[in-house]
Design a protein around this ligand. Structure first.
Ligand code: AMP
Length: 174
């Protein structure tokens, strides 16, 4: 098995029955693993001009912050409803049952800025797609979507058609 994948813990039936939760805390707490994950992102994006890393709450903040530091760009937090203190743009998106929503500050991105979206995991792609829509509404350009983990069986990439999607580790059906 790939070394990074070995550091990800799978917890069956969390937070509800039937979900295989891919837990990155075991990767983050491993000094080699955390550095390796960030280094792989940096290698992938080092020649892409990026102005802002847009990191998705909450586990996306970890990789997003480190990556923004290494790529010498700003970092923007895309947060769940009601967490950001200033004026926000908001985008709702579909969940299996019901809806959720994501927000960013209206002044987080300036027209023409090149943005890299970062989250820990790509499942159905709804969260990332909503974040791309927010970036574009503010006039930003999405240069890529980066994930530590992709659950390929859920076909999140199909909701991100037109965007460059990169994941460090992929799970098919295991
Ligand atoms: P989605 O919008 O369906 O792509 O869901 C992505 C978001 O939900 C990410 O922010 C993940 O942190 C979280 N998520 C969804 N499924 C899982 C899973 N099986 N294990 C861990 N996190 C998950």
């Amino acid at each position: 098995m790939e070394p990074l994948k070995q550091l990800i813990r799978t917890i069956p039936d969390f937070p509800k029955p039937g979900i295989q939760f891919r837990d990155i805390t075991t990767l983050l707490q491993d000094p080699w693993g955390f550095k390796r994950a960030i280094d792989e992102f940096v290698t992938h994006y080092r020649y892409s001009p990026i102005d802002k890393v847009v990191a998705i709450e909450s586990r996306g903040f970890v990789a997003g912050g480190a990556l923004a530091h290494h790529l010498n760009c700003g970092m923007v937090m895309a947060r769940k409803k009601g967490k950001l203190p200033w004026h926000v743009e908001r985008q709702e998106y579909q969940l299996e049952y019901g809806t959720d929503c994501i927000e960013i500050h209206k002044d987080a991105i300036k027209a023409g800025e090149r943005c890299l979206i970062v989250d820990d995991l790509l499942a159905t792609g709804g969260t990332c797609r909503a974040t791309c829509q927010l970036v574009e509404r503010l006039g930003g350009k999405v240069v890529g979507c980066a994930f530590m983990i992709e659950l390929a069986g859920l076909k999140g990439r199909s909701r991100l058609t037109g965007y460059d999607v990169h994941a460090l580790v992929s799970y098919e059906g295991e």
